[in-house]
Design a binder for this molecule. Structure first.
Ligand code: GLC
Length: 649
C-alpha cells in the first residue's frame, strides 16, 4: 500500500471517469482525498500480507469513483440534504416497520397500494425483509442469497424494487434492505463454481479437505442453531470437501481474508446504495471474521472490515447509513459504534437487543431491576449513533444480557433465565404467554424464545378463553412494551402485524421448508380483512392500532424524543416501575412504565430528585394535568400503565 502514490492513483482514476473535480464532483473528490489514507491504512491492516493487496486496493479506488459517477443525481441531492442535517438517523421523526413483502402484500408491485395504510400509522421508514433470489425451502427467510442483484421472482423484479423505492422517495419515506454479508446460499454462482472444483472460488469460502481444521474450529465455536443445524461445517459431496456453514448447512460463510471477496461484496453494497437504500442493514456482522481458537464472533478484524465499509460508503454514498445487526452481549454491542479514533465511525445504528430482552424480562417478573442494572453499559453509546428500539422482530428473543446484571438485581442467573424461558414458552403456572423455545442447546440448555408480541403478552390465550379482562390486560401490556421502546431514544421499529395484534401463526409446522424453525410462528401472513378491523369500533385491532398510532404521533410531536444522548434513568422508587427523564434545554419529560399487574405507588419525590422541582406535570398520554404533591404522598400508577409527563415550567 505504502508503495503506491495515493494522490496520483486518485487523479488517474478521476481522469479515467472524467470527473469534474473543481465543479460538480468537488465534494466527492474532497471526501476521497480526506479519507484515502485512513482507507488505505484499514485495507493494509487487513490485507497487507495478501499477494493481491495492492491491485485490490487500486480496484477499490476505481470502484469508489465509478460508483460516485453512476450514483443518480436525485440520490446525490438527498446525500447533500442528509449531510446538512447532522446525523439524520437521530431524529424523532423516523418510525419504522419491518415486513416480509410476500407475507404482507404478495409482491413488490402491490406494496405501493399499502403505503397509505403505513403512512396512516405514521410509518415513514420500511425495512423490507430480503427479496433477493433465495432457494425456496433453503432460504432462512431470504437470508440465504443465491444472487445479490436479482430479485426473487416470488416478489417481482429489480425494476419493481426500483419503483417501490421511487414511490417511497417521492413520499418522503426511507428504505432499508439487507446485505447478507456473512454468507451466501450454496446455490450462489460462487458456491456452484467452488463445488465444481474451481480453486479461485473455493477460496471465496472456508473449504477444507478433511475434518482436521473444522474439528479444531468447532472446539471453540458456539452453535447458532444447535437443534436444526448442529455444528459449523458441512460436507460438500460434489468436491469432497468441508465448508464452514455457521448458520444452516445451505449458508456458506464467505472468506473475508480474501480481498477479492471484500471487493465483490462491496460492489453489492454499492449496488444497493445506488438503488436508493437509506439505511443498509448489515446482517450478522459479528460473524464476518473467523480465527482458530476463538468463538469466531466479534473479532477485532470484523470491526476493521466494518470500518472499511463505513469509510467507503462515507466517500461514495454518504447519505446511506449503516445498521449493524449484531445481536451480542451489551459490552460487545458498543464496539459496533466504533472505538477510539473510529468512535461513531463504524455502524451508525445497531439493534438495542439488550433493552428489548430486558423489557420482556421485566414484563414476566414485574421487576425492573435487571433492566436498570444494564443501563450503565447501554448508556455508553457514542453521541451521533443510535439504536433500533423494538419489542419484536422476525427473529427470536435471546436472553443474552450479562449474568452480572441479573446477579446485581439479586437473582440467580441460571434460575432467572429458566423462569423466563418457562414463562414465555407458556409452561410456567404463572404464565399467560403462548410462545416456544427456539434453538434449545441440549448441551447447555440455552434457549431463545419465539412468539409474537401479542401472544407473548397473553392475547392469544385471552381470546381463546374469551376473557374480556384478560384481553384488556394483554392490550395494556402490548402498548406498555411499545411505549417504552418508542420513548427510549432510537428509531422505533414496529414488526408488521404487531400494530393490530397478530397472534402466533402455527401453519409453518405443515411446511417442510419451515417446520424446523419456529421463528416462523412470529412471521404472520397478513389477512387484510383482519387489518381492516381497525375501522370497526372497539375491536382489538382498532384498540392496538390506535394506541400505536398515538404513540408514534406523540414521539414525533416532541423533539427531545430524538436520540441526543439526553436520557437519564431515574433511581428506582419502586421495583415494578422503570423510569427515565428525557431532557432538552429547559424541557423535561418523565417517562414511567409500570410492569406490575397491580397498581404501583411512587412518592412524588421521584419528580424532584434531579434538582428541578416542577409544580405541575402534563400527562401527554392521557391529556391530563397533575399537581406535584408533597414527598410523603403518592403518585399512583395503574396496572401496566405508563405515563409520559412533561414538567410544566
Ligand atoms: C440474522 C437474521 C436471521 C438469520 C441470520 C442468518 O440474524 O436476522 O433471521 O437467520 O442472520 O443470516
Amino acid at each position: 500500500m505504502y508503495s503506491i502514490n495515493l494522490q496520483e492513483q486518485i487523479d488517474i482514476t478521476c481522469n479515467k471517469y472524467q470527473l469534474n473535480t473543481k465543479g460538480t464532483d468537488q465534494a466527492f473528490y474532497n471526501r476521497l482525498i480526506a479519507n484515502i489514507s485512513t482507507l488505505g491504512h484499514l485495507f493494509a491492516e487487513i490485507y497487507e500480507h495478501h499477494p493481491a493487496c495492492i491491485p485490490k486496493f487500486i480496484a477499490l479506488i476505481d470502484m469508489l469513483v465509478r460508483v460516485h459517477k453512476e450514483r443518480p443525481g436525485t440520490l446525490k441531492e438527498k446525500d447533500t440534504y442528509k449531510l446538512s442535517q447532522g446525523n439524520w438517523v437521530l431524529s424523532n421523526q423516523i418510525t419504522g416497520m419491518s415486513l416480509y413483502v410476500d407475507r404482507f402484500c404478495g409482491t413488490l408491485n402491490n406494496l405501493p397500494t399499502k403505503l397509505d395504510y403505513l403512512k396512516n400509522l405514521g410509518i415513514n421508514f420500511l425495512h423490507l425483509m430480503p427479496v433477493f433470489e433465495s432457494p425456496l425451502g433453503e432460504s432462512d427467510g431470504g437470508y440465504a442469497v443465491a444472487d445479490f442483484r436479482k430479485v426473487d421472482e416470488r416478489f417481482g423484479t429489480i425494476d419493481d424494487l426500483r419503483s417501490v423505492q421511487q414511490q417511497m422517495q417521492s413520499e418522503d419515506m426511507y428504505l432499508m434492505i439487507d446485505i447478507v454479508l456473512n454468507h451466501t446460499s450454496h446455490h450462489h454462482e460462487w458456491a456452484k463454481k467452488a463445488k465444481a472444483g474451481e480453486a479461485v472460488y473455493q477460496d471465496y469460502f472456508y473449504m477444507f479437505d478433511d475434518r482436521y481444521l473444522p474439528d479444531q474450529f468447532e472446539h471453540s465455536m458456539p452453535e447458532i442453531f444447535p437443534e436444526s443445524a448442529p455444528g459449523s461445517f458441512s460436507y460438500v459431496p460434489e468436491c469432497n470437501k468441508w465448508v464452514m456453514s455457521v448458520f444452516h448447512h445451505y449458508q456458506w460463510d464467505l472468506n473475508y481474508t480474501n480481498p477479492a471477496v471484500f471487493n465483490e461484496m462491496l460492489e453489492n453494497i454499492f449496488f444497493y446504495a445506488n438503488l436508493g437504500v437509506d439505511i443498509l442493514r448489515i446482517d450478522a456482522p459479528a460473524f464476518i471474521w473467523k480465527q482458530l481458537g476463538t468463538t469466531c464472533q466479534n473479532l477485532p478484524q470484523a470491526h476493521r472490515l466494518l470500518r472499511l465499509i463505513k469509510q467507503c460508503v462515507m466517500i461514495a454514498a454518504p447519505g446511506m447509513a449503516l445498521l449493524g445487526e449484531a445481536i451480542v452481549a451489551p459490552k460487545e454491542i458498543m464496539k459496533y459504534f466504533g472505538t477510539n479514533e473510529f468512535t461513531a465511525k463504524e455502524c451508525d445504528v445497531a439493534y438495542n437487543a439488550t433493552q428489548m430482552a430486558l423489557q420482556w424480562d421485566a414484563l414476566a417478573t414485574a421487576d425492573t431491576r435487571v433492566m436498570l442494572a444494564a443501563q450503565h453499559e447501554l448508556l455508553q453509546k457514542p453521541f451521533g449513533t443510535t439504536w433500533i428500539t423494538y419489542t419484536r422482530c422476525h427473529d427470536d428473543i435471546g436472553l443474552g444480557y450479562d449474568d452480572s446484571m441479573i446477579a446485581a438485581a439479586g437473582f440467580d442467573p441460571y434460575h432467572h433465565r429458566k423462569f423466563l424461558k418457562e414463562y414465555y414458552a407458556g409452561s410456567h403456572e404463572m404464565s399467560v404467554a403462548n410462545g416456544a423455545l427456539f434453538s434449545v442447546n441440549p448441551k447447555t440448555q440455552d434457549a431463545r424464545i419465539s412468539g409474537t408480541l401479542a401472544s407473548l403478552c397473553g392475547l392469544e390465550r385471552a381470546i381463546q378463553h374469551n376473557d374480556e379482562n384478560a384481553i384488556q390486560q394483554s392490550i395494556a401490556k402490548i402498548i406498555l412494551m411499545q411505549a417504552q421502546s418508542m420513548f427510549l431514544g432510537g428509531i422505533p421499529m414496529i414488526f408488521y402485524g404487531d400494530e393490530v395484534g397478530y397472534t402466533n401463526d402455527y401453519s409453518f409446522q405443515q411446511d417442510p421448508g419451515k417446520s424446523y424453525d419456529n421463528r416462523w410462528m412470529n412471521r404472520p401472513i397478513i389477512d387484510w380483512d383482519k387489518n381492516n378491523k381497525i375501522y370497526l369500533d372497539n375491536t382489538v385491532e382498532q384498540q392496538i392500532f390506535t394506541a400505536t398510532l398515538q404513540l408514534i404521533q406523540l414521539r414525533k410531536k416532541i423533539f427531545l424524543f430524538g436520540d441526543y444522548k439526553n436520557i437519564t434513568w431515574l433511581t428506582p422508587h419502586n421495583i415494578h416501575v422503570a423510569g427515565f427523564v428525557r431532557a432538552y434545554e429547559n424541557k423535561k419529560v418523565y417517562c414511567l412504565f409500570n410492569f406490575n399487574k397491580q397498581a404501583s405507588y411512587l412518592t412524588w419525590y421521584i419528580f424532584k430528585e434531579h434538582g428541578h422541582h416542577p409544580a405541575e406535570l402534563f400527562d401527554h398520554w392521557l391529556g391530563s394535568k397533575h399537581t406535584v404533591g408533597p414527598d410523603n404522598e403518592y403518585f399512583i400508577m395503574e396496572p401496566y400503565q405508563f405515563c409520559i409527563l412533561e414538567a410544566v415550567v
